[in-house]
Design a protein. Structure first.
Length: 557
């Protein structure tokens, strides 16, 4: 693999990265124990694709971008899964010229020779970034779709539910295999949550994929106690407690990556229901560009997060990606020269060299109390998981006034709505005007499946929607997904953010002091150049990333 000095030469000669930028990124990477390439991408100095093309050119091979490509299973299966993991290779196409192979190290001749012997094909190597490899290797697990029901049925049959206690059954291989298969399948499908719902006659397994719940399997009701007990054992919960809610965590390893599962168990009429939130730990967090921020919006965030003090707010409904956006900002700001402290509920991602505190109301540790304590730990940057009461709002504002950069989330439907929300919590208008630098409103829309995307002609309803909500904005192209096996015949796979970003200008501060209504703040922001959620969504429609129906659905909530 490339040594830092070789990488430095390549990047500086390309003109994409200055020597000062590389040296600073390398120092941060060494201190945080992260690859220097990740730091460069986080900070927006160079995109992952541009970086990949330069490294591929250095090796004298082509560059492969596989993260959005659906690779046929018959191509993947030319190389065994374990060999792909060992050599960090991904076969992705075959034609008359031979087998096209993505590989992290194109100079690994042992790996290339292995593939040649295994397939009896000519091998055409392509450079594949480590991040792309981690995202693509999971496609091997797509095969689990075809065998999922067989694995579950076989192990349900093997489980000896009557012969032993629940604790003993939970430790039996069939029950372990059932849970492992569910977790692997959820990870392969990109699910954010797994629901185990017990009803009168059956246990229903459901996944939330791209924000939408889907039924996956129905199991006999008799397997539920053993399966719940297995989850409780892994999450260090009380197996014999069935009357009160319980919350816990555990980790599950898939390939070289760990997935952290946040477990919530809730007693219901027919038994205990379980929801498990999946949080990938090992993979690199997304950069702002990868989240969907582009052009002017990206520039506004990059400009404001470098300010030494003030407040940056992320707003939107539950599940709109607010915390993920703030984590991406923290990854940019995370250097050895600053002390970053967070107070969260819950801690969703662990970040190296950041002091993260979990709210614990039962022990008396609320957001407000935790925030007061954080201020005595000499922080430069503070992240508050959510501002939800007057006391927390007041402390956050005073922290921003006294030289700290404060990041937080707020539940409002628009960027402009954050101002009256703060005022309703008792914040003083003149203090708010002096502290808030930037307000980010966001939603998540489903992306069109790249395997079945095609261009369409707009209907009159589509054109009327655009005219009604976006005025003069013109959408140049319209796309949709036909629906295929890879996307569960939904036409969508994955999600991307749409944003509106309000920068608090001098004239905006005057309106805040006057306690004007939300619509007047919004009108001034648009006049000063703010792109609304709808406009940003329509931009992504033209780019073929999402559909007009998705933008309509998510902005009319």
């Amino acid at each position: 693999m490339l040594l830092p000095d070789h990488l430095k030469d390549i990047l500086i000669k390309s003109g994409f990265v200055t020597q000062a930028d590389f040296d600073t990124a390398l120092k941060t990477a060494q201190d945080l124990n992260q690859p220097v390439t990740d730091i460069l991408v986080f900070r927006g100095i160079i995109s992952e694709d541009a970086l990949g093309k330069l490294i591929a050119e250095h090796y004298g091979v082509k560059f492969a971008t596989l993260r959005t490509k659906v690779i046929p299973l018959e191509i993947l299966q030319l190389i065994p899964e374990q060999a792909a993991l060992q050599f960090h290779v991904i076969p992705f196409a075959q034609d008359a010229a031979g087998l096209h192979l993505g590989i992290e190290n194109p100079q690994d001749f042992e790996a290339i020779e292995f593939v040649k012997r295994k397939t009896n094909l000519n091998v055409i190597p392509y450079y594949l970034t480590p991040g792309d490899f981690q995202k693509t290797i999971g496609q091997y697990k797509r095969n689990i779709r075809n065998i999922f029901q067989d694995i579950i049925s076989e192990n349900v049959r093997k489980a000896k539910l009557e012969a032993k206690s629940v604790e003993e059954i939970a430790a039996d291989l069939p029950v372990i295999k059932i849970l492992d298969t569910i977790l692997e399948y959820a990870s392969a499908e990109g699910a954010s949550d797994i629901h185990l719902n017990i009803f009168e006659t059956a246990l229903v397994i459901r996944f939330r994929i791209d924000g939408v719940l889907r039924d996956i399997a129905t199991l006999p009701k008799e397997i539920q106690p053993a399966l719940i007990a297995r989850i409780k054992i892994l999450a260090s919960l009380k197996i014999d407690e069935h009357r009160v809610p319980q919350d816990g965590r555990f980790k599950f390893k898939i390939y070289e990556n760990y997935v952290s599962l946040r477990v919530s168990i809730l007693p219901a009429f027919f038994g205990e229901n379980v929801v498990m939130r999946l949080l990938a730990e090992s993979s690199r967090p997304l950069s702002l560009e990868e989240l969907g921020l582009t052009a002017d919006n990206l520039h506004l965030i990059q400009q404001n997060i470098t300010k030494p003090h003030g407040m940056i707010l992320a707003t939107g409904p539950t599940g709109s990606g607010k915390t993920t956006t703030l984590y991406s900002v923290l990854n940019i700001l995370n250097t050895p020269t600053v002390n970053i402290c967070t107070i969260e509920d819950p801690i969703e991602y662990s970040i190296n060299r950041i002091n993260q505190t979990q709210v614990n109301p039962q022990a008396g540790l609320t957001f407000a109390k935790g925030l007061r304590s954080l201020l005595r730990h000499d922080p430069d940057i503070i992240m508050i998981g959510e501002i939800r009461d007057t006391e927390t709002a007041e402390i956050a504002i005073h922290s921003a006034l006294t030289g700290h950069l404060v990041l937080s989330t707020l539940h409002t439907n628009s960027a402009a709505g954050a101002i009256p929300r703060f005022l309703d919590m008792g914040a003083e208008g003149f203090l708010l005007a002096s502290t808030v630098n930037l307000i980010i409103a966001q939603r998540l829309v489903r992306k069109i499946c790249t395997n079945c995307i095609h261009k369409i002609e707009p209907s009159q309803d589509m054109l009327a929607f655009i005219n009604r909500l976006a005025g003069d904005y013109q959408v140049t192209d319209f796309f949709t997904g036909e629906g295929c096996k890879e996307c569960g015949f939904s036409g969508y796979k994955g999600r991307i953010g749409i944003y509106e970003i309000l920068e608090v200008s001098k004239s905006m501060r005057e309106l805040i002091i006057q306690h004007v209504a939300e619509d007047k703040i919004n009108d001034l922001a648009v006049k000063e150049g703010m792109h609304t959620l709808v406009v940003d969504g329509l931009y992504k429609v033209s780019a073929g990333l999402t559909t007009i129906q998705e933008v309509a659905r998510i902005t009319s909530e």
